[in-house]
Design a protein around this ligand. Structure first.
Ligand SMILES: *[C@@H]1O[C@H](CO)[C@@H](O)[C@H](O)[C@H]1NC(C)=O
Ligand SMILES: *[C@@H]1O[C@H](CO)[C@@H](O)[C@H](O)[C@H]1NC(C)=O
Length: 254
C-alpha cells in the first residue's frame, strides 16, 4: 500500500529520472577459443534490477538474428535465432555481480563458432527508457605444429620451408636461428584461407649451414599461444634433422 501511494504521488519527470540508466560493456573486444564458452559482459548503471525489463541480445546490423530475448521475467526461446538456440543464456559478468537483480544482463555463449565472430548488441528497455551498447567478440584457434623441411637449393644453400594450418585469425610467422637472430627475412610468406575461415601459412628461407646451427619457425597469434618447429643444420653440404622441436619433430626431405 505504501509503495502504491509513493508511485501514485511521483510526478512523471522525477519518475523518468529515477528509471533512467546506462548500458555498459567492456571497451576492448572479448577473445575466445573456437568451440569454448564465453561471457559477453553487459550491465546497467546504476545497478537497477533488470528483472522487470526487456533484454535483447542480437547481431547488428540485422535485428533478425536474435541471440537472446528476455521478457516478462523469462527467456523467450521462440524468438531466438536457431543458430543460438540452446547455447545462449543470461550469464554473470563476474563473482561480484549480483545477477539480473543488480542489472547484470551479460550473455553466456557456449560452443562458440567462427560465425559468432564480430559485434553483438546488448539492448535493454524498461517502460520508460531504453539503451543499447556493442560488444565485439573475436574467435581464435591455434593451428597445427609447424612442419619444417629442408632441400638443397640450386646455389648450394639450403631451402628450409615451414608449413602450418588451422589458424584463426591469420597468424604471424617468424624465422630465427641459433645465433639469436630473429625476424630473418623469408624468401616467401604465403597465407591461404581454406576450410571455413581457417588460415594456413607457408614460408621458406635460404640459409647456409655455416650461418645457422638451427633454424626455428615460430607461428603465433598476436594474443597468444605459439607453435614452434626447429630444424638442425649439422654440417655444410649435408643436412640432418636432430634437434627436438617443441611440438613435433621436423621433417627432412632430400
Ligand atoms: C556443445 O558442445 C558439447 C561438446 O562438444 C556438446 O556436448 C553439446 O551438445 C554442445 N551444445 C550445443 C548447444 O551445441
Ligand atoms: C624453396 O622451396 C619452396 C618449396 O618448398 C619453393 O616453392 C621455392 O621456390 C624454393 N626456393 C628456392 C630459391 O629454391
Amino acid at each position: 500500500m505504501l509503495l502504491y501511494v509513493f508511485l501514485a504521488a511521483c510526478v512523471p519527470v522525477v519518475c523518468h529520472a529515477a528509471e533512467s540508466f546506462s548500458v555498459l560493456v567492456p571497451h576492448d573486444p572479448i577473445s575466445v577459443r573456437l568451440g569454448s564458452a564465453v561471457t559477453l559482459p553487459c550491465w546497467l548503471s546504476p545497478p537497477l534490477s533488470a528483472e522487470p525489463m526487456e533484454i535483447r541480445w542480437h547481431r547488428p546490423p540485422s535485428f533478425e538474428i536474435t541471440v537472446l530475448h528476455y521478457r516478462d521475467g523469462q527467456l523467450q526461446e521462440s524468438s531466438q535465432h536457431l543458430r543460438y538456440r540452446g547455447r545462449a543464456f543470461l550469464g554473470s559478468r563476474g563473482p561480484e555481480a549480483g545477477g539480473l537483480k543488480e542489472g547484470d544482463v551479460s550473455l553466456r555463449l557456449e560452443n562458440v563458432t567462427l560465425e559468432d565472430e564480430g559485434e553483438f548488441q546488448c539492448y535493454v528497455s524498461s517502460d520508460r527508457h531504453y539503451e543499447g551498447a556493442h560488444v565485439v567478440l573475436s574467435v581464435t584457434e591455434t593451428g597445427t605444429p609447424p612442419v619444417l623441411s629442408a632441400r638443397q637449393a640450386d646455389d648450394g644453400r639450403m631451402n628450409v620451408s615451414c608449413a602450418s594450418s588451422g589458424w584463426h585469425p591469420r597468424p604471424k610467422l617468424i624465422w630465427s636461428d641459433s645465433q639469436g637472430r630473429s625476424g630473418l627475412s623469408p624468401g616467401d610468406l604465403l597465407y591461404s584461407h581454406k576450410e571455413e575461415g581457417m588460415v594456413s601459412v607457408f614460408s621458406w628461407i635460404l640459409t647456409s649451414p655455416s650461418d645457422a646451427g638451427w633454424l626455428s619457425c615460430s607461428v603465433h597469434l598476436s594474443e597468444g599461444e605459439e607453435r614452434e618447429g626447429r630444424v638442425a643444420l649439422l654440417s655444410p653440404g649435408e643436412w640432418m634433422q636432430s634437434l627436438s622441436t617443441l611440438n613435433q619433430p621436423a621433417q627432412i626431405l632430400k
